[in-house]
Design a protein around this ligand. Structure first.
Ligand code: ADP
Ligand code: ZN
Length: 807
């Protein structure tokens, strides 16, 4: 049974059009219009792309039959979005104050978003008039959707129906299907034998080909296969094609990201007791189709990944699929290799390092159901898997799971939603869980699993020392290396072992700090580090807007050595070359890894010990597993603490724990040196003791006192415009409007300029709402978004729920 009408969400992202519209399905398209296909429909005077979100036989009450327009054409042979994803897009749009269509588009690979074309092909009895009208008088013509009005498309459809015109969909964009040359053997055995008997005696290669063809009539083999199997040349194949033995054809090949092989296989390990407990809990939830959420808190190197991989294998053995999310930065070649070793071609890989074509092909492999495991970063959470049995979110605390640009969403939350939809368990794993997740485990909302020992029985956690750089700088002047770190580094190099050095330059480098006592100016209202604004020569708090002039003398120690903080990996590399000229350094940061495959190569080189020192940004902190690394040096632990964010301590603790975890993962004892101007900071102290639980308790107490998450929910309202005065004025008006309407227990902070107050010619202001119940002001915020749409075109407003960063 086919339906009469399609509910279509049109590609016009505005508040007024954020709803499905009803279109009539013409008979000739009845088979092809299904929920989840994209269509072309008339909207206003234009024809626009739309997504069919449902089929129905009922017209909405307020609509008359003769008002309903028809679907003009269908773009997909089969649905590109499942009913699950259609529903998810709707949910996310509501939750994040965005539009349904924005999320629908987000779920598809770029290649599918690009422009569609139709190829019109004239059939023999097409009239000359029609040929002129629709084909420019040609036999064939490639047209864009907008080349014809709705009326034009209807006429084309009529011609197609009458068999006068053939209409094909062509994807005209980056996402082209890749083909390779192949040769098909002649299916006619008799003909082949005839050719065979006519070959001259000397034609050895032709004979080899014809014999092979007789043994495999009508079969297609790639060029490479032919060359390899028969040891013939390409030219010889061409001759065979001329003789009629073979036929040259093009076959599609799917581009795959390069496989990583280093000759060593990642063997399946015998799980230890703690791993076994975790494995049993997860797989039995999987067996029972329970939508349970697990928090797997395991110290670095405790074998979390081994648990994920074995649990994944179990789900695959049951015929289900696994979604394995890793943060962008941690999608290391090492992780990729481990997954490939275990699951081989059943794996699809989705991350930003892929070319558009590779991404398109990986997506289609998943869409075609050829894949059991999808490994990928944030947006992989929308992978079109329909037999999901297990979802893993590795390093669940990572902020890269949250998309900060529009549309805002959290991949971790999406994973939880999909887990509920599929009745599949979700495993959130980390050595340093987010406070939000850890608190939920505390309350019993998540099933709490812990791994407290390193998995390799010979490995222990490294000894961590904290070096006070205030003293070092007094003694040794401006340097990135304390004498202690330098000495340990030399010892490690002499022993033939390896070292990882990290310079955490995440976020801003331009905050202010006293070089003598480590004092960082904080504002009196929120006790948050303030940000330097060069234009106004002030320090500002980005939560409440408090500001003061840049101090020239430190209010704590009276020193005049107040500096903006900032050194870079490049500067350190130069210093290393002077200090240790005999030791090459591999540098890993955004500049050195921009080229495709550069990161994999750098890490492979380090793995083969082509260099003993690996220097980098926080890229070196996550996921790396090198047995000979026995020293980790953190050149400066303070940059993270200086960020204007209530999560500064949490993020610093997480990063230090992660990077420390790179040391001593095998037989040799590891050591970690943390250099800092804030040696007494509790985040550092707990990291030194490898004490996540201790950090968790102290940080929770602070959050409770300051009324921050996870005790409170936050919403960020960000306004921007190209005129600074205008955005300041508008934002103040909105704040006043909100203040009148907000319930008493909802706090409004700001408005104040955002840290990055000016970006791409636009000025940004923000307000923060803090509240006890997550959805308390949803209706009000919805209303605000609606109203701002109608305001001045230049003015933009975005609402972000639970932002992970306020910069
Ligand atoms: P994590 O993901 O918690 O950092 P991994 O799964 O990467 O830990 O394990 C750390 C190291 O210990 C890896 O080299 C891994 O091969 C090894 N390993 C994991 N589980 C076991 C086990 N049960 N027995 C022996 N070695 C193990
Ligand atoms: Zn403040």
């Amino acid at each position: 049974m086919t339906s009469r009408y399609a509910q279509v969400v049109v590609d016009v992202p505005t508040q007024q059009t954020n709803q499905p519209y009803t279109y009539l399905i013409p008979d000739e398209l009845a088979q092809r219009v299904q929920a989840g296909v994209r269509v072309l429909v008339a909207f206003g005077h234009r024809s626009v792309l739309g997504y069919v979100v449902a089929l129905t036989d009922q017209l909405p009450e307020d609509i008359q039959e003769d008002q309903v327009k028809d679907v003009l054409t269908v773009l997909d042979e089969r649905p590109v979005l499942s009913t699950e994803l259609l529903e998810l897009a709707k949910h996310l749009a509501e939750k994040n104050f965005s539009y349904w269509v924005t999320f629908l588009a987000l779920m598809l690979p770029t290649s599918l978003k690009a422009s569609y074309r139709k190829k019109l092909i004239a059939q023999p009895s097409l009239s000359d008039a029609d040929r002129l009208a629709y084909l420019d008088g040609q036999q064939e013509r490639l047209v864009k959707m907008k080349d014809f009005s709705a009326k034009g498309w209807r006429a084309i459809r009529q011609l197609e129906k009458a068999g006068l015109l053939k209409v094909l969909t062509v994807i005209e964009n980056q996402g082209k299907v890749k083909t390779t040359t192949a040769f098909q053997t002649n299916p006619d055995r008799e003909a082949l034998e005839e050719i065979s008997s006519s070959l001259s005696k000397g034609a050895k290669q032709q004979r080899a080909i014809v014999d092979f063809a007789i043994a495999h009539p009508g079969q297609t083999f790639s060029k490479e296969d032919w060359l390899e199997q028969l040891d013939v040349s390409f030219a010889t194949l061409g001759v065979a094609a001329k003789k009629g033995i073979l036929k040259k054809v093009a076959v599609e090949v799917k581009r795959r990201p390069d496989r990583l092989a280093d000759g060593q296989k990642d063997d399946i390990k015998q799980l230890n007791d703690e791993q076994e407990v975790a494995y049993q809990a997860i797989t039995s939830a999987n067996d029972d189709h329970q939508q349970e959420v697990f928090l797997l808190e395991g110290i670095t190197g405790s074998g979390k990944t081994e648990v994920y991989l074995q649990a994944a294998q179990k789900a695959i053995d049951r015929g289900e699929q696994v979604l394995f999310l890793v943060p962008e930065i941690a999608l290391t070649p090492q992780m990729q290799k481990r997954v490939e070793d275990r699951f081989g071609d059943q794996t699809a890989l989705l991350h930003s390092g892929l070319s558009v074509g590779e991404r398109y092909d990986e997506w289609r492999r998943i869409h075609e159901g050829k894949v059991q495991v999808v490994v990928g970063a944030r947006s992989a959470v929308f992978a079109p898997l329909d037999r999901l049995g297990l979802i893993i979110v590795d390093e669940e605390h990572e902020s890269s799971y949250s998309q900060s640009e529009n549309p805002h969403y959290s991949a971790r939350d999406v994973a939880l939603w999909r887990g509920r939809f599929h009745h599949a368990p979700v495993v959130l794993g980390s050595a340093t869980p987010s406070l939000e997740s850890r608190a939920r485990a505390q309350k019993g909302l998540y099933h709490f699993l812990r791994l407290t020992k390193r998995a390799n029985p010979h490995a222990t956690l490294p000894a961590v020392s904290i070096v006070d750089m205030r003293q070092e700088q007094l003694d040794r002047g401006d340097t990135n290396f304390s004498s202690g770190l330098l000495e340990q580094l030399k010892a490690v190099l002499a022993r033939g072992e390896q070292a990882v050095l990290m310079l955490n330059r995440r976020g801003f480098s331009s905050f202010v700090m006293c070089r003598d006592c480590g004092f960082v100016p904080r504002d009196p209202n929120c006790n948050l580090a303030m940000t330097l604004h060069m234009d106004s020569r002030t320090l500002k708090c980005h939560y409440c807007g408090y500001q003061e002039p840049i101090p020239h003398i430190c209010p704590v120690c009276g020193s005049n050595r107040i500096r903006y903080y900032g050194t870079g990996t490049e500067k350190v590399e130069t210093e290393l070359a002077a200090l240790l000229p005999d030791y090459p350094v591999i540098r890993l940061d955004q500049d050195t890894t921009r080229r495709k495959g550069a990161m994999a190569k750098a890490l492979a080189d380090f793995g083969q010990k082509k260099a003993q020192i690996l220097l980098g940004t926080q890229m070196v902190a996550k996921g790396l597993d090198f047995p000979d690394v026995t020293l980790v040096g953190v050149l400066n632990a303070d940059t993270g603490l200086g960020l204007p964010d209530f999560r500064a301590s949490e993020k610093t603790f997480q990063l230090l724990t992660q990077v420390a975890g790179r040391a001593g993962r095998a037989e040799h004892q590891g050591e970690v040196v943390i250099q800092t101007y804030n040696p007494d900071h509790y985040a550092l102290k707990y990291a030194q003791k490898h004490d996540y639980e201790g950090f968790y308790r102290q940080e929770m107490a602070i959050r409770h006192a300051a009324e921050f998450p996870p005790y409170f929910y936050t919403v960020q309202i960000q306004c921007s415009a190209s005129e600074e005065n205008q955005v300041a004025l508008q934002t103040a008006k909105i704040a006043a409007w909100l203040k009148k309407r907000l319930p008493e227990d909802v706090l409004l902070l700001g408005p104040s300029p955002r840290s990055i107050a000016k970006l791409k010619g636009r000025f940004f202001f923000q307000m923060i709402l803090k509240m006890k119940k997550p959805n308390e002001v949803d209706a009000l915020l919805r209303d605000l978004v609606d109203q701002s749409q109608k305001a001045d075109k230049d003015f933009a407003l975005e609402v972000r729920r639970d932002p992970v960063s306020f910069m």
